[in-house]
Ligand binder design. Sequence first.
Ligand SMILES: C[S@@+](CC[C@H](N)C(=O)[O-])C[C@H]1O[C@@H](n2cnc3c(N)ncnc32)[C@H](O)[C@@H]1O
Length: 244
Amino acid sequence: MKFLPAAFWLFLLLAVSTAACKNGEEEFKPLRPQPAVESGEAAQNSGNEDFGTRLAEYENPNRVFWQKPELVISMLGDISDKVIADIGAGSGYFARRLAHKARRVIAIEIDPQFIEFMDSIKRVELPQELQDRFETRLAEPDNSHLKPGEADIILLVNTYIYIQNKEAYLRHLLEVLPEGGKLVIVDFKKKKIPLENPPQSLRMPLYVLEQQLEQAGFKSYTSYDAVLDYQYIVIAQKDAKTDE
Ligand SMILES: C[S@@+](CC[C@H](N)C(=O)[O-])C[C@H]1O[C@@H](n2cnc3c(N)ncnc32)[C@H](O)[C@@H]1O
């Protein structure tokens, strides 16, 4: 498994992307929870989800229409001199795009299969100068393995709801962010949308996320509830003096 050639992963990506489309229309099943990091009933229900199924969901070509990755990335501002950590990078849907714009991207994952996938895609898809700016990093559920001050912006897309101890994790992120650094969380609105995953029971209302940010010590944040139809975007900042 560890040494499968890049061509295999490319073939798999093409195959699952094709399979994700039915008569040219999107099957609305994106972003199924990652089994290893779920809790309770949801974890048991999706315990048999295989890598290929999740990959197909993350890389669904029609995802671009509701996810609007370029619009989300534009909200990070000028990132040409920034280091971005994409936590829960999955297949690298955002990290690969960020690599074209940021000074450096650290794609962080707890699933070694996605690390291997991103490493392979990176080698075959990105030119050498971009490969050098794209690092994958295996993390643990409660530790991003980011060093203090290493990333100017930390991005979590469709991942926050799967973090188990959210307050402790937010404190950890606040600790590793430099002063003025940003935490950007994109996740699903808890309202009726034409997507079946993640299920309503796993989604988090925006106000709860805001409360958790405040409890963890983030004093400044701005929430954008209307930029994307299905998701909110919250941009929190580490103030110069967080302990006052
Ligand atoms: C629904 S996917 C989203 C992937 C990607 N951000 C995207 O939008 O396509 C969630 C990903 O987060 C990863 N994940 C879950 N908990 C994590 C944690 N504590 N640290 C790092 N990655 C995590 C899972 O392995 C999974 O690949």
